[in-house]
Ligand binder design. Structure first.
Ligand code: UDP
Length: 573
């Protein structure tokens, strides 16, 4: 693959990923678009929406182009991949309903396939499906249960590569009170199972209460609403913790916490999130995300709030326009998405921002800054959505929603904020992903196509140069010892500033996640990375703490616990 030509400040990994998955190709697979042309294609398409509201699209296209080409902000991958092209599907996140019937299960399977083809990820709750061994009256047979149907979804996903660009990602949710919950908790201990799924158990307040009291808890057949058996909450919890400790799956979502924040409870209840669990959605709802690159907002050692405000307002307008020009894969999805008009503006490059401001990720100051920045983004994004609401009309489900009050007489979007993982976006922008700390200072990255490369963090190289240290010597010492902490002659300040994910206590990971969650309408994607020797008790403690802190979900990952791990430390390559 040749590197595309560009005058934009894109690094090699960004150029590679763009060439493989984003830039338009001809029928021979040759790239026929430059990154500049890609951003123009997206900017022009998104600006077309301006004409629906009596504005001239051209100046807006110009603004949107600079918003992206500067790498200040990037919309989620499907927008970059599909805008202005025949598919025209621009959203990353979908949730589809599954009722307890073969017709519904296979209808949703077909719909998921269409979404995957367009680059979107799908989340489903399997909780309504009757348990294994239950009666099937029409055939006089026995039911095979949610996990067996998840295998069907998994196999279908395997067969469809997303437009040849990315493989379908799925979230499978099961409520903790479903009779098949043990099968669900155990299934991914076998690494060959459900490889295209992230799993999350939906924990309820009732379960957390039973756990606190060390009480028994009822498992309910969703078909009959009758209790099937009672189990000790502690036993289920221990099983869940053990699976997460062993393999990272399942994660948990706190489904009642999520529903307390449902902006349109009159429409319906939330029962699932998208694949990386940052976006709770109603059945058939979709959401388009976008992320601001915080590392670009430092001016004279401070956060540049003046420019950040401008970018937030422009980004909200961009994301609202995306709903206008989006080609939805199904009429049901178009309907509910246009009723709520949810958008998810978030951030990437938080760790790099901290480094530029000389604030260690492990400090209280980091948590304080997380809170300050996200409160600012939330406030400004709401202000931007209110202005748009006044000009363009509030989202149609506004009446009876949480926004239906005198302080917010107009609101264009039922939600404005989400913190996405930015797995690929951060690579394009050349910054740290989402709100994650640096995973390592030097690491081998393995890409979707098997390509591997070694990266040394550029801010680390800059810092070494600043202190007059030889990068060659230090890099080879890190490669040998695995950590900066063990190297003599490196100033303590640098060791603190360049702290990496596995050296950060889980409490601090949680504190940063919670600070962002307090100012995010939707949810926050974050992995609580644990060293290989972390214990099950630590995982249990993290889950309980996450619930108390009001998080909507939590994902732990113990280093080395999966054979196909994406990020590896160089000493383990
Ligand atoms: N997603 C997907 N397939 C992928 C990666 C992501 O369907 O291979 C969806 C999924 O819903 C995920 C969301 O995109 O939760 C956002 O992920 P991320 O921010 O990592 O995507 P990016 O926009 O950086 O590609």
């Amino acid at each position: 693959m040749k590197f595309p030509k560009t005058d934009l400040p894109l690094r090699e990994p960004a150029l590679l990923v763009l060439a493989y998955r984003y830039l338009v190709k001809d029928e021979n697979g040759e790239v026929v678009e430059t990154p500049e042309e890609m951003f123009w294609r997206v900017a022009r398409t998104v600006a077309e929406a301006e004409s629906f509201f009596g504005e001239d699209p051209e100046p807006w296209a110009e603004k949107f182009y600079h918003l992206m080409a500067s790498l200040d902000f990037l919309p989620n991958s499907p927008t970059l991949m599909n805008a202005g092209l025949p598919l025209g599907q621009l959203s990353a996140c979908f949730v589809l309903p599954i009722e307890d019937s073969l017709a519904s299960i296979f209808e949703t399977l077909k719909n998921a396939a269409l979404i995957h083809k367009s680059g979107g990820g799908t989340g489903f709750s399997f909780s309504r499906i009757r348990p294994k061994g239950d009666v099937v009256r029409s055939t006089q047979g026995v039911a095979s249960g949610p996990v067996s149907f998840m295998r069907v979804f998994n196999a279908a996903t395997e067969a469809i590569k997303q437009g040849g660009k990315r493989r379908g990602a799925n979230m499978g949710i099961l409520r903790i009170d479903h009779p098949d919950i043990e099968d669900f908790i155990l299934v991914k201990r076998d690494f060959k199972e459900l490889t295209n799924f992230n799993l999350s158990v939906a924990l309820t307040d009732a379960f957390m209460e039973a756990l606190r009291k060390d009480d028994y808890f009822s498992l309910i057949n969703p078909r009959t609403q009758k209790e099937v058996r009672r189990v000790r909450a502690r036993r289920l919890f221990d099983l869940l913790v053990e699976s997460a400790w062993l393999t990272g799956d399942p994660g948990v979502i706190f489904i009642d916490t999520i529903n307390r924040d449902n902006p349109t409870p009159l429409l319906s209840e939330i029962e699932s999130t998208n694949p990386c669990s940052e976006q709770p959605l109603l059945p058939y709802e979709s959401c388009n995300l976008g992320s601001i690159n915080l590392s670009r907002f430092v001016k004279e050692g401070q956060v540049d709030y003046v420019r950040l405000k401008e970018v937030v307002h422009l980004a909200v307008r961009f994301l609202d326009n995306v709903i206008e020009v989006n080609r939805f894969p199904l009429p049901q999805i178009a309907r509910i998405t246009r009723l709520n008009r949810k958008i998810g503006l978030g951030v990437m490059g938080f760790a790099d921002l901290l480094i530029r401001l000389e604030i260690p990720y492990t400090s209280r100051e980091a948590v304080r800054l997380a809170e300050e920045i996200m409160a600012f983004i939330e406030r400004e994004s709401v202000a931007a959505s209110m202005e748009l609401g006044q000009k363009r009309g509030s989202f149609p489900a506004y009446a009876g929603s949480v926004w239906d009050k005198p302080e917010t007489p107009h609101m264009r979007n039922a939600t404005t904020t989400t913190i996405a993982p930015t797995g690929t976006l951060s690579l394009i922008a050349g910054t740290s992903s989402g709100i994650e700390p640096l995973f390592a200072l030097i690491y081998r990255r393995r890409a979707f196509d098997g390509a591997e490369w070694t990266e040394v963090h550029d801010l680390f190289l800059e810092a070494l140069a600043h202190y007059g240290l030889s990068s060659q010597d230090i890099v080879s010492e890190i490669l040998e010892k695995g950590s900066l902490r063990k190297i003599s002659g490196v100033p303590e300040k640098l060791k603190k500033l360049f702290v990496t994910a596995l050296e950060i206590p889980p409490e601090q990971h949680l504190a940063v996640q919670a600070a962002f969650q307090r100012h995010t309408h939707n949810a926050v994607s974050k992995t609580i990375n644990l060293p290989e020797n972390a214990t099950k008790e630590e995982v249990a403690h993290i889950y309980l703490k996450a619930y108390e802190m009001g998080l909507k979900g939590v994902t732990v990952y113990r280093y080395g616990s999966r054979p196909e791990q994406v990020l590896r430390l160089p000493k383990d390559k």
